[in-house]
Design a protein around this ligand. Structure first.
Ligand code: 9MR
Length: 459
């Protein structure tokens, strides 16, 4: 049995199961597209609906909340990317010089990886949450401490972080467009940012390297200064792949009217843009409308690759009094949630929210084998509390990755060729709690991030 695959060159070994010689697949793909056109989206979660638009939808996560079942159920059901909220900051990872503590961050990365979620790394070089010993160093020592921190941390998760915030918040607020004072700026000068990015590229060439900041969400003196820096880096070949727009909004700092244009002008420099820490204070319809504006802006910019909200639930937000997130303190979906889901093309009213929902099915991902140029992934599909007769999920790979073979499932593809929708191939009937697997080979083409899974829909 041969499965239809998006594009290719040559044949690929696949454990003697389904092999494909490419070149004959165009007709399959075209047929698949016709079949998909006009089909209403079945996506009922943030992550799955974003995946159908070729994007991820993530949240900041705190390791010490992973024991709370409603928290984990909501995380697992709705999101397909995570950012450790504090656990990858310098004070958490290297509290004393040369002594690294990865435990709490590893809890988050293991959880994410076992579920096929992407991971954003936050953050390597930042003036805040910096242990005291760093500020006490002289110039030469600080330079080597910074480079050692970047290298050690990135190598620990090498190949597993899709984007790193290499440098965070290095510019001042207000009209000056100047760099912010910090140990790095004050001792190493303007060149510290370039040096951090060059060190980061060498440490993990598979990760996208981002500059991340706040109050840069519309055109202003601060974002203009960041823009000039990114333009200069691009012109001189300093490695930078993405710019993060934190997007913390409230009445004093509303969504700028030129939000989309601002994302677009950065994207035009040849970098991806990501919305990295989104939260919007407020409630009801006005909050929902503001969220929609942000999501629509990202969808309108093809290089806007994903959105991360800064927390799962209002009750653990850094601004909890402003109720800025998509789930309330009891994990109920807010109007803002429905607005985001609808903007992403999803359908509100699906089962997946907090508390776990009944029946249905779940999916989890593991990498089973890796070679120099490719890896095999396996997805386990498990029925929930009732028997099911069929299942559907999506697997999204990161360009230039390509799926070159699949087995134990029937794939179809979106127009980009990056999103594979998988349905059963004789393995659709599952008793309550029973599972099956399907597999695929991903040609890495230099990018080793794990694929992202959409939610599982049972029939
Ligand atoms: O949400 C984070 C909060 O738990 C921490 O106490 C705080 C400490 O500085 O950092 C918060 O996250 C910040 C992020 O790392 C960088 N951008 C601003 C975020 C909100 O303050």
């Amino acid at each position: 049995m041969i499965n239809n695959l998006p594009r290719s060159r040559g044949s690929v070994r696949s454990h003697g199961r389904n092999l494909l010689v490419f070149g004959v697949v165009g007709a399959f793909v075209a047929a698949g597209l016709v079949a998909l056109a006009g089909t209403a989206s079945a996506a009922t979660t943030l992550g799955a609906s974003a995946a159908e638009r070729g994007r991820y939808f993530g949240t900041a996560v705190a390791a010490n909340r992973l024991n709370e079942s409603d928290y984990v159920n909501t995380l697992n059901a709705e999101f397909n990317s995570v950012t450790p909220e504090n656990e990858m900051k310098w004070d958490a990872l290297e509290p004393s010089q040369g002594s690294f503590n990865f435990g709490n961050a590893d809890r988050i990365t293991s959880h994410a990886q076992s579920r096929g979620m992407r991971i954003r790394g936050h953050t390597l070089v930042w003036h805040s949450q910096l242990p005291g010993w760093v500020s006490g160093l002289g110039t030469t020592q600080l330079r080597s401490a910074m480079n050692n921190h970047i290298t050690t941390v990135m190598r620990h998760w090498q190949g597993r972080i899709h984007s790193w915030d290499v440098v965070n918040e290095a510019f001042q607020d207000g009209g000056s467009g100047a760099r912010r004072s910090s140990p790095f700026q004050d001792r190493l000068g303007n060149g510290f940012i370039e040096e951090a990015f060059r060190t980061a590229r060498a440490a993990d060439p598979t990760a996208k390297l981002c500059y991340n900041d706040y109050n840069t969400d519309g055109a202003n003196a601060k974002s203009n200064a960041v823009f000039a820096m990114v333009q200069d880096f691009r012109n001189r070949g300093v490695p930078i792949d993405c710019v993060g727009f934190q997007s913390h909004f409230n009445a004093q700092s509303p969504v700028p009217s030129d939000y989309r244009q601002n994302l677009q002008r950065f994207a035009n420099l040849g970098v991806d843009v990501q919305i990295t820490e989104l939260d919007i204070e407020g409630s009801g319809t006005s909050q929902a409308n503001n969220y929609r504006t942000v999501v629509d802006a990202c969808l309108a910019v093809s290089r806007c690759t994903g959105i991360t909200v800064w927390g799962v639930t209002d009750k653990y937000s850094w601004r909890s009094g402003g109720t800025p997130l998509l789930f309330d303190g009891n994990y109920n979906k807010k109007a803002a949630y429905n607005s985001v889901l609808t903007a992403l093309g999803g359908t509100p009213g699906g089962g997946g929210g907090g508390g776990g929902g009944g029946g249905g099915c779940t999916v989890s991902y593991t990498e089973t084998q890796r070679w120099g140029d490719r890896f095999n992934g396996q997805v386990t599909v498990r029925a929930g509390s009732s028997a099911i007769n069929g299942w559907t999920t999506t697997v999204t790979v990161t360009p230039p990755q390509q799926v070159s073979a699949t087995w134990n499932g029937s794939p179809s593809w979106d127009t980009s060729g990056n999103v594979m929708t998988m349905r059963p191939n004789g393995n659709g009937n599952l008793a309550a709690g029973a599972s099956t697997t399907f597999g695929f080979t991903v040609m890495a083409n230099g990018t080793w991030s794990a694929p992202t899974l959409g939610s599982c829909t049972a029939s």
